[in-house]
Design a protein around this ligand. Structure first.
Ligand SMILES: Nc1nc2c(ncn2[C@@H]2O[C@H](COP(=O)(O)OP(=O)(O)OP(=O)(O)O)[C@@H](O)[C@H]2O)c(=O)[nH]1
Ligand SMILES: [Mg+2]
Length: 215
């Protein structure tokens, strides 16, 4: 019945274990020259401002204040790197896009930094593209997909704030989103629905990240 991806108990357990380690902030960068050394597998989280990127990273790592969250959109303006000892994975919190009040120069700097990072990062395995369940895919999400298709980086849609909509709406949203993704070059076909607030889909995303980091 559900359109969401399923994982084996072993993968769910391995995913949980990977996030039992003490996750910590490594560095923030605003330009390519200061990127940390490319080691292990990197997964970047992208999405519109306020979509819940930082909240989801906190939910995954079980650390409430690891990535800063805020009710004010446009808070994360840099690439923020998170690591944990004995794990092959680095998580990157990308600056949110589509923030209406952002000055033009900031938007240009964002696009340039993000595109250079997407094109030039050898260990970037996938971008997790977060979409707010209440809004679905918007024009600027399609623009972000365009950028990702051009950069030839595989991206996977993860719905956030699933607690905010009713189950039948969520089923329809998943179907509609999959139809859009089928037309995209670099899109991963599977979708995950999550809620950082209700801890929904978090173990499944941990399993997915485990599989990506160890494949
Ligand atoms: N109901 C609900 N609210 C959420 C959820 N995740 C995040 N939020 C709220 O959404 C707002 C934005 O969350 P953030 O995690 O700061 O979003 P962000 O994508 O990191 O935002 P920027 O860094 O500004 O791009 C906050 O008020 C969160 O409390 C969720 O799963 N459910
Ligand atoms: Mg943020």
């Amino acid at each position: 019945m559900s359109e969401e991806q399923k994982y084996s108990d072993e993968d769910l357990e391995a995913g949980r274990l990977m996030f039992c380690h003490p996750w910590d902030f490594l560095t923030s960068v605003t330009d390519m020259a200061n990127l940390p050394e490319a080691a292990g597998a990197e997964i970047a989280f992208a999405g519109r401002s306020n979509v819940g990127k930082s909240s989801l990273i906190n939910a995954l790592t079980g650390r409430k204040d690891l990535a800063r969250t805020s009710a004010t959109p446009g808070r994360t303006q840099m690439l923020n790197f998170f690591i944990a000892p004995e794990t092959p994975l680095t998580i990157v919190d990308m600056p949110g896009y589509g923030y209406a009040q952002a000055p033009k120069e900031l938007v240009e700097a964002w696009t340039q930094l993000v595109f250079s990072y997407l094109r030039g990062r050898p260990n970037l395995r996938r971008v997790i593209l977060l979409i707010d369940s209440r809004h679905g895919i918007k024009k600027n999400d399609l623009e972000a997909m365009e950028l990702l298709d051009k950069a030839a980086v595989v991206y996977q849609v993860v719905l956030t704030k699933a607690d905010k909509i009713k189950p039948p709406q969520l089923v329809r949203l998943i179907e509609d989103t999959k139809a859009i993704l089928r037309k995209r070059v670099a899109a991963h076909p599977e979708i995950l629905a999550t809620s950082s607030e209700k801890n929904r889909g978090v173990d499944e995303l941990r399993a997915e990240l485990f599989l990506l980091a160890t494949q």
